[in-house]
Design a protein around this ligand. Structure first.
Ligand code: PCA
Length: 193
């Protein structure tokens, strides 16, 4: 079987849960061709990415799929691109609030995700769950994680992708999705990597 490292984030910005991690926890340990290793990631610039790279160095996965919360979105959104920019509107979980800084000084401006984001969005839509590709993962910790991974694994066969998910109903914010719906969407995403 192939190996997939799948990550979710800790809660941030005063939330008690993060739907990304709650949904990852609901996934079967084997989906399609992949055996899953689940990892919880801190919402901290650089530190989160370093932890994932460290884990991946030991695991040697065939693919890395990171999941994050995008409050305010109403759809499951596979990210097409990560940009070389850190800019925080709110502090991360260790109080960092970078303003217009590069992630990697002198690095590429941007990298495209190496999973088939468009195919994944279509497959999720076919389940009757709203999904569309996103052209910006923002400039906060999720973009930081995706950019760092794409830079680190460029010119390798390790696929790297990121999917943002809406608030879940337990958070009492709108728009929201049931966690079980998010988990179904992620299952289909993994089947289509
Ligand atoms: N979402 C944030 C960081 C952690 C998370 O779940 C983001 O979109 O950057």
């Amino acid at each position: 079987m192939k190996k997939l490292l799948i990550t979710g984030f800790m809660p941030f910005n005063g939330e008690k849960i993060n739907p990304s991690w709650q949904a990852v926890l609901m996934l079967d340990n084997q989906i399609g061709d992949y055996e899953l290793t689940k990892m919880l990631v801190p919402v901290v610039f650089e530190k989160g990415a370093k932890a994932v790279i460290e884990k991946a160095t030991k695991l040697c996965p065939d693919a890395i799929l990171c999941i994050g919360q995008a409050g305010g979105r109403n759809a499951i959104t596979p990210e097409l691109v990560a940009i070389n920019l850190r800019h925080a509107e709110i502090p991360d979980n260790e109080g960092n609030k970078p303003q217009d800084q590069p992630i990697i000084s002198g690095g590429e401006n941007a990298y495209f995700s190496t999973i088939p984001s468009r195919k994944i969005a279509s497959a999720i839509n076919e389940l009757g769950i709203l999904s569309k590709v996103s052209y910006s993962a923002g400039a906060y910790v999720c973009n930081d994680l995706l950019y760092n991974l794409l830079a680190y694994y460029k010119n390798t066969n390790i696929k790297v992708g990121f999917i943002h998910v809406p608030y879940c109903t337990e958070q009492n914010k709108e728009p929201s999705m049931e966690l079980s719906t998010i988990a179904r969407a992620l299952t289909t995403a993994i089947e289509n990597i």
